[in-house]
Design a protein around this ligand. Structure first.
Ligand code: FDA
Length: 305
């Protein structure tokens, strides 16, 4: 049942008509629990509040199905504005973005032009940028773009998904770049040809890449809401004397908020991924796919209206 619901929401997340409709009508159906608002002004207010609570942030301007250059350029400009807003107020925030929203489905040339514009501004404002990882079909290209940009800029990292079979090899190859990586389980619906279908295999793979990347001496963001993975990391850190400034935990805005605060109190660095923008629909559907309890929450919200 849970798997069927997951597939259903992942299927909905890819619906272009719903995406367009959602943009028109603004945050609905409880999406505001996971999305910080539709504008950078609303988003910076949220960052300020989180920073006050000793939570670091990475901000993400939402955008799905970008398939023309004009739209990709507009997305890139919005990212530059976000970086300036962070810099202006010296907020404790990074930026996360997706290669498709920078024009990956148009051409690599468009992506590189937009990324260099963003990274130039990010360098001026001392803001770190993370390339999110999307579906398997775009993984290889995203890693290649990351490698090219990493040889030009220091302030860039990317995401590695534990559920892919290729992941351990990617971690080894990327080690040459001493990269700052965010490690996640993986959020897209992938075929068993390319990704572990069983959760327990994904968890084992997640543990292996956390260990390898940390012991390679690289900065590691462990992005998960799963206590088992958090406990595993804590033990590893103690066992191998890994300095606390070599890693951080990350969670999504609106998810396990109490746990976020607990980790800060325990002395760990905790970063919250804060999405904003009018294009909230696909992101929201992926969050519902992850956890049926979120669906119950949304239904309660809809009933109350
Ligand atoms: P998982 O969903 O496996 O849940 C394990 C356990 O965690 C649950 O059984 C429960 O105990 C606990 N838990 C989870 N959610 C909870 C909740 N809402 N309340 C209480 N307990 C809960 N993916 C991707 O493909 N590309 C990307 O670029 C990113 N980026 C990214 C950034 C950040 C900061 C995060 C946190 C996540 C991502 N992801 C991602 C998403 C990631 O791949 C994954 O889909 C989700 O984090 C869900 O997996 P978890 O590891 O959180 O645990």
């Amino acid at each position: 049942m849970e798997q069927a619901m997951r597939n259903f929401f992942l299927f909905l997340s890819k619906n272009k008509s719903m995406t367009k409709l959602a943009k028109k009508y603004g945050l609905r159906f409880g999406a505001a629990r996971f999305v910080a608002g539709s504008s950078i002004v609303q988003a910076t207010a949220v960052i300020r509040e989180l920073n006050k609570q000793n939570l670091a942030v990475t901000i993400d301007y939402l955008g799905e199905f970008v398939d023309n250059e004009e739209e990709a350029n507009a997305m890139a400009k919005e990212c530059v504005e976000a970086i300036r807003a962070i810099g202006k107020e010296h907020l404790n925030s990074q930026l996360s973005l997706k290669m498709t929203s920078m024009g990956l489905d148009i051409s690599e040339e468009v992506v590189m032009k937009n990324m260099r514009m963003i990274l130039d501004e990010a360098t001026r404002q001392n803001v770190f940028v993370t390339i999110d990882m999307e579906d398997y079909g775009r993984c290889g290209q995203t890693i290649d773009i990351f490698k090219r940009l990493k040889s030009e800029y220091d302030n860039i990292g990317t995401v590695i998904q534990a559920y892919l079979y290729r992941t351990e090899k990617d971690i080894d190859d990327l080690n040459h770049y001493s990269p700052n990586l965010r490690l996640v389980k993986g959020a897209y619906k992938e075929s068993p040809e390319v990704a572990f279908p069983d959760k327990k295999d994904v968890d084992e793979s997640f543990k292996r890449i956390i260990k390898t990347h940390l012991l390679n001496g690289n900065y590691t963001a462990i992005a998960t809401h799963d206590d088992a993975m958090i406990e595993y990391t804590k033990q590893l850190v103690e066992e191998y004397n890994i300095p606390y400034d070599q890693f951080e935990f990350q969670m999504l805005f609106g998810i396990r908020v109490e746990r976020q605060h607990e980790l800060v109190k325990e002395g760990y660095k905790m970063r919250v991924y804060v999405p904003y923008g009018t294009d909230w629909y696909g992101y929201f559907m992926r969050r519902l796919a992850e956890r049926p309890a979120n669906v119950a929450f949304v239904l309660k919200g809809v009933m109350k209206k």
